[in-house]
Ligand binder design. Sequence first.
Ligand code: FAD
Length: 351
Amino acid sequence: MCRPIGAGIMIQSSGQRVLQRIGMLDELAATSQRLEGMTAELPNGRTLVKLDFPRLHPEAYALGVHRGRLFQLLLSRCHRAGVTLYNGFRATEFDSIRGELKSSQGETRGRFDLLVVADGSRSELRKSLGFAAKVTEYSHGALWTTGPCDFKANWLYQRVDGTQRLVGLLPIGPRECSYFWGLPVADWPTILQSDFERWRSRAIEFCPPSASILNPLRSFADLTFGSYRSVALRVPFRENVVFIGDASHATSPHLGQGANLALEDAEALASLLFGSTSIGNALQMFYHQRARKIRFYRQLTAILSPFFQSHSVWRGCIRDATLPLMPRLPLVGRQMLYTLSGLKEGWFDWS
Ligand SMILES: Cc1cc2nc3c(=O)[nH]c(=O)nc-3n(C[C@H](O)[C@H](O)[C@H](O)COP(=O)(O)OP(=O)(O)OC[C@H]3O[C@@H](n4cnc5c(N)ncnc54)[C@H](O)[C@@H]3O)c2cc1C
């Protein structure tokens, strides 16, 4: 069923450019929170890292967005464009010769000239179509919720303690935030059995601005647990099938780029299909146009994630000693901002 769900996400300059070009940015911005940057603090109150988008460009910003709102806008755009939607159709197989899509209930739809697979990091079609992918499950995930919150800021605010604790508040509208509490996946069953009130007191003590979002919660059932995985499809297309978004290149959300990359994928694919003489050419060009940027964000996320959530003590120590200095180094600080804004095209270039 098509319905808006999910946590808060940051739509960066890269994603904003896509939304601007399809005329949706103002509408989304009207129900989201404009963010000037992000900050992370250590338990002693020292700033671990602070990045201000206006240092890159006076007009640069990110949008704190409820994922459901972005979804709702895209869905109503599809309705207006006359796209036929099959609700409740869980696609599990594709007959690429007949161009027919099959569901888990044995229904079929088609015939389709091209299958664009965008069924997320757990993609069933990736498996059934036999695409070679490297899928790595992260040992860490997060509990998260969205709701009314007194925390008034135009920042993504995070508190970190070593590599064991990563907690954050992302404003996604006036008096509304997305809250996340990072934890090892293996600890979740034990936490679920533990005393909710005690957990909440500890959580508020660790991150006091989260009190107003956590206080109305009654139990762990009011929070959602999500684990992360990275996905690397060796070649994301074949004849009349192409993968985009998380189904092709999911990463952990530490760099906050997944939705932005998915929006860019969709736009690039659409414009190449319109401008090409054949589907085959369009898919080749799509792959070459997107591969370097996707590889960069995948590699960087894989390097950085364990410095924020892992079982490694030394990584936390190195991070605490070096990260506060990095944004102050002129060249490095700018590169960090380009990276966070989704504007890097590879290790050595940006747009
Ligand atoms: C806690 C968290 C925070 C994040 N923060 C950010 C952020 O700040 N910025 C950012 O850019 N990204 C962020 N991300 C990542 C971002 O959410 C994803 O990268 C993005 O949603 C990927 O979009 P997608 O359309 O490819 O996949 P998804 O959003 O996963 O959508 C896949 C869709 O396919 C449907 N589906 C699945 N299987 C089938 C099937 N068999 N048949 C039919 N339909 C199917 C699903 O119901 C779903 O609607 C975050 C992720 C998490 C978990």
